[in-house]
Design a protein around this ligand. Structure first.
Ligand SMILES: NC(=O)c1ccc[n+]([C@@H]2O[C@H](COP(=O)([O-])OP(=O)(O)OC[C@H]3O[C@@H](n4cnc5c(N)ncnc54)[C@H](OP(=O)(O)O)[C@@H]3O)[C@@H](O)[C@H]2O)c1
Length: 263
């Protein structure tokens, strides 16, 4: 299936690992020129090589911290300078720390808000004129979590703060239309460093006796496995493609069916 994004310009944030990297790979494989991002230079260089291995367009790596407004401005500027515009914005970020409510303090809440919400606010603001400008309909895909549909144990920051991102994405899908479509994907457990970190934290808290026991619990869904990052990346590429041209303001669960909500 040709996703018809060949030669388009994409910016994927927090893409030196995990779901962001998989999304960058899926877009690059379809011929989009892609800017990838992360804070650690070595990790970013490794990711660039990974994405280039499947790319038919150009891949540019730009170091930057998504909690820094200047770094966000530079990410958008670089994409426009390198590729002559910006057609597709995909936002990912690191995850907030796990733990129950009584173990979080004000700083944890403000940090989570800065990383998960303000990064998307600032990226959308900077990207908006460029997303509108191009010949292609612009797209925004925001990677959040299935925690917006169903609260997850010991993840109060994700459960609470990510709801703002969904309200933001829905608003953008209305205010930026018809020039730009905005959608979100809501991952359940996928095999990335983030999941390893969460399972290890749960083992340290005494929730599980071993890493294997914790991973098996996270994988308890009708498909009886965790997701592969490229399964999410492929969905992000589809939502960025004109083939999904009438999908706007939607939140797509990618969780193997683990969330029990009917809608
Ligand atoms: N994997 C899952 O199963 C899952 C499920 C639900 C939700 N999610 C959410 O999806 C998002 C991505 O998760 P993932 O599994 O892809 O995580 P990951 O494999 O740990 O990757 C996180 C990426 O974000 C980058 N990053 C972290 N903080 C950053 C910052 N301040 N500025 C720029 N880049 C930053 C990291 O690179 P540097 O550290 O070098 O900056 C890395 O490239 C997270 O918000 C996570 O909570 C994941």
């Amino acid at each position: 299936m040709d996703l018809r994004i060949d030669g388009n310009a994409a910016l994927v944030t927090a893409s030196s690992s995990g779901l962001g990297k998989a999304s960058a790979k899926a877009l690059a494989r379809e011929g989009a020129n892609v800017v990838i991002n992360g804070r650690d230079a070595d990790r970013l260089a490794d990711a660039k090589a990974d994405v280039e291995a499947v790319a038919s367009g150009d891949v540019v790596a730009q170091q930057g911290d998504l909690t820094d407004e200047g770094d966000i401005e530079r990410l958008v500027e670089t994409t426009v300078e390198e590729f002559g515009g910006l057609d597709h914005l995909v936002t990912s970020a690191g995850g907030p720390p796990s733990g129950p409510f009584l173990e979080t303090d004000d700083e944890d809440w403000y940090d989570a808000y800065d990383l998960l919400v303000m990064s998307v606010v600032r990226l959308a603001r900077e990207a908006e004129p460029h997303l509108r400008e191009g010949d292609e309909q612009g797209t925004i895909v925001t990677i959040t979590s299935r925690s917006v549909k169903e609260a997850i144990d010991d993840l109060v920051l994700s459960n609470a703060v990510r709801m703002s991102v969904i309200g933001l994405e829905k608003t953008l899908s209305q205010e930026f239309a018809p020039d730009v479509r905005a959608n979100a994907v809501l991952p359940g457990p996928h095999e990335t460093e983030r999941i390893e970190e969460l399972v290890e934290q749960a083992v340290d808290r005494g929730d599980y006796d071993s890493y294997e026991e914790g991973l098996a619990d996270w994988a308890s869904n009708p498909l009886e496995r965790v997701g592969q990052p490229m399964e999410l990346g492929n969905t992000v590429a589809y939502l960025s493609s004109p083939l999904s041209g009438f999908i706007n303001g939607e939140s797509v669960l990618i969780d193997g069916g683990s969330t029990g909500a009917n809608l």
